[in-house]
Structure formats: structure tokens, C-alpha cells
Design a protein around this ligand. Structure first.
Ligand SMILES: NC(=O)c1ccc[n+]([C@@H]2O[C@H](COP(=O)([O-])OP(=O)(O)OC[C@H]3O[C@@H](n4cnc5c(N)ncnc54)[C@H](OP(=O)(O)O)[C@@H]3O)[C@@H](O)[C@H]2O)c1
Length: 286
């Protein structure tokens, strides 16, 4: 009987979790990698892991995917607007399959966050509560990759544009959050557990200063009023809804919604989260 199942195994986070479980000595036969696009995760099977198809939007795929599983890591999907019914379908199928614990990748401060994606995480957390299956909430802050993937652009223009004011983000590399998920998956917890997960917080001004320090090229942060930022985003080609979404994210950062002083991430990792400068250096080396 497999002990651990990970959904979204074809994505960056899920793949990382499955690989780390194997690296930490969990037998491949104890791991189920569930993927909508199994072809993207086919190599995981070569490590002895069971690969099973599972699509959050096709409920009939879920019972065979979850058969015999004890602990499930439900990784939030990427189709905004559809995620509450999708995740609820997985939770219901997991309950029916006798899964004993569901771990879910939520968002930091999910209860109160004004982040435009927080509503779907709250909706999923409610579905988990209603299911009565014991759960672990992995309330992740932003991936550092949200910024390091734009390094080239920042260096080219010499600036980071935004409307987040002096709001700070407790970001950490995706790999840190994935390692924390592995630790939580392997832990013999009882009852419901909530982790608020984030690395050392930085403002956009501090992000710009760290990029300048690491690269030797000056990058500054230009803070704009939200309406001006909206116009800039539309001028560079974003449609109105997407531009409003990006501005709303910055408003939530300004409100402190992605900042946490919780030590949960470092505790799960058993070492401090990766410092911003190291994440920038690693991105430059890739
Ligand atoms: N905290 C942050 O800063 C941050 C940033 C980005 C994303 N996220 C969230 O964290 C999740 C994992 O991150 P990631 O880096 O691994 O993202 P990713 O590489 O884009 O992977 C998303 C995964 O979700 C799967 N998925 C989407 N819709 C699905 C469905 N209907 N049924 C089954 N699987 C479905 C995708 O499957 P396919 O391969 O078939 O498409 C893929 O495996 C994301 O999905 C998103 O919810 C958080």
C-alpha cells in the first residue's frame, strides 16, 4: 500500500517533493505521483515511484489515483477561478478513499489576506474543514522565483516598478517550501496543523538593493500610485483584468499580507530559509 501521494507531480513543486521524498529514503513503492499530464512526469516512474493520472476537473480520475493512499499532498492547481470546485473534488475523493491526512499548499495569512488569490485558498481550507479529514495547511508566502525570474528585465531597465510601497514579502525559493512540505508529509502529526511559511522578509526597495549588491549594477525601486501602475501595465500590453490583478497583489503586499514573522519554515527545514542574496546568485548562475 502506498503511504504518500503528491498531486501536481508534473509541476515544479510536485516534482521537487516527489524527488526529495525519494532522496530522503522513502521507497518508490510508498510514493504515488499524481499528474494530469503524466507524460511530463514519466521520468519519476524510472525512480520506482508509481505514476497515476489524476485531473482535478475530471472527478472519475480521482478514486483510482488515490486508491490505498494514507497521506495526500494536494498541491493547489493553476487554473484561477476554478480551484475551489477542483480542490473540493480531490478532497471528497480522498475522504472516500480513506486518506488519513490531507496536506494543502495554501497562502500565508489565508484567513485575512486581501491577496486576490486568497479567496480560493480560503474556500479550499473551508472544504478541508468540512471534510473532517485531518489536515495540514502549508500556508506558503511568495516564491522568490516570482522576482528572480524577472532579473533580466530588472537589470535591463535598472528598475523595479510597483505599487507595494514599503510592504514586505516573506518570500523563499520554491525548493524551500517543497522541502517543508516533505517534512510535514513525513511527520506523524495528530489533529489539524497550520503552518505559516515564509523566509526573511524584504521590501521591493530592499529587493532592488540586494540585486544591485549581488550584480554590481544599480537597480532601484520606483513606487507608483496604484492608478499610475495600472496605466503602465496596460501600456506595456496587459489586458485590464490582468493589470488590475497585478495591482491588487501589490496592494495586498502594501497591507502586509505576504509578510510573516513565523519561524515555521525554518523549523520544518531544520535550518534558516534561503537568504534573498543567495537565491539571486543561484538564479544568475542558471
Ligand atoms: N506561492 C507562490 O508564489 C506561487 C507561485 C506560483 C504558483 N503557486 C501555486 O503553487 C502551485 C504549485 O506551484 P508550481 O511551481 O509547481 O506550479 P506549476 O509548475 O505551474 O505546476 C502546476 C501544477 O498544477 C497542475 N494542475 C493544474 N491544473 C490541474 C488539474 N485540473 N488537475 C490536476 N493537476 C492540475 C499542473 O498540471 P499540468 O502539468 O497538467 O499542467 C502542474 O502539475 C501552483 O499550481 C499554484 O497554485 C504559488
Amino acid at each position: 500500500m502506498p503511504r504518500y501521494a503528491v498531486t501536481g507531480a508534473s509541476g515544479h513543486f510536485g516534482r521537487r517533493v516527489v524527488e526529495e521524498l525519494v532522496d530522503r529514503g522513502v521507497r518508490g513503492t510508498d510514493i504515488v505521483a499524481i499528474a494530469r499530464t503524466t507524460g511530463k512526469a514519466a521520468d519519476l516512474a524510472t525512480r520506482g515511484v508509481q505514476l497515476r493520472p489524476g485531473d482535478y476537473s475530471r472527478p472519475e480520475t480521482l478514486p483510482p489515483a488515490l486508491m490505498g493512499v494514507e497521506r495526500l499532498l494536494l498541491i493547489s492547481g493553476s487554473e484561477l477561478g476554478q480551484r475551489v470546485p477542483q480542490h473540493t473534488a480531490v478532497i471528497e475523493a480522498a475522504k472516500d478513499a480513506g486518506v488519513q491526512r490531507i496536506l494543502y499548499t495554501s497562502i500565508v495569512k489565508a484567513d485575512t489576506s486581501t491577496n486576490p488569490i486568497a479567496g480560493e485558498h480560503r474556500g479550499t481550507e473551508t472544504a478541508l474543514r468540512m471534510s473532517a479529514v485531518p489536515y495540514t495547511l502549508l500556508r506558503n508566502s511568495w516564491y522568490t522565483e516570482n522576482y528572480t525570474e524577472r532579473l533580466e528585465q530588472y537589470l535591463e531597465t535598472g528598475e523595479i516598478l510597483g505599487a507595494a510601497g514599503s510592504g514586505r514579502v516573506s518570500a523563499a525559493p520554491r525548493s524551500d517550501f517543497a522541502a517543508a512540505a516533505v517534512a510535514a508529509l513525513l511527520a506523524d502529526d495528530e489533529g489539524n496543523v497550520v503552518y505559516e511559511l515564509g523566509g526573511p522578509a524584504f521590501s521591493f526597495e530592499e529587493l532592488a538593493a540586494t540585486i544591485s549588491e549581488v550584480t554590481g549594477k544599480t537597480v532601484g525601486y520606483r513606487n507608483l500610485p496604484p492608478t499610475d501602475y495600472l496605466s503602465v501595465l496596460q501600456r506595456i500590453g496587459l489586458d485590464e483584468a490582468t493589470a488590475e490583478f497585478v495591482v491588487a497583489i501589490d496592494a495586498s503586499i502594501a497591507a502586509g499580507d505576504l509578510e510573516t514573522d513565523s519561524k515555521d519554515l525554518a523549523q520544518l527545514l531544520d535550518h534558516p530559509a534561503t537568504p534573498l542574496a543567495d537565491a539571486i546568485r543561484a538564479a544568475l548562475d542558471r
